[in-house]
Design a protein around this ligand. Structure first.
Ligand code: SF4
Length: 79
């Protein structure tokens, strides 16, 4: 079932451990050695992307695996 949710990555907290990549392949290594997220926009040290699909659990697994708690996932209610 499709769920609308927002993924936020705090790049100040990201330590380039890349535990997230193996849980959700939308996370990728960026040129600066930290993480980037497909479809995200960057605002300062924060990456944000909104998805509406059936991959919420993958994003939640990535967030749970991150040792620095840099990833936040929250559901967004549809209008
Ligand atoms: S698991 Fe966390 S610290 Fe590691 S690359 Fe991903 S967001 Fe950064």
């Amino acid at each position: 079932m499709a769920t609308k949710y927002q993924i936020t990555v705090d790049l100040n907290a990201c330590d380039g451990v890349f535990a997230c990549l193996v849980r959700d392949d939308r996370f990728e290594e960026a040129e600066d050695g930290l993480v980037t997220l497909a479809g995200s926009r960057r605002d300062g040290e924060e990456l944000t992307a909104i998805f509406e699909d059936d991959r919420l659990s993958e994003a939640e697994d990535a967030a749970a695996a991150c040792p620095t708690d840099a990833i936040t996932v929250r559901e967004v209610s549809s209008p």
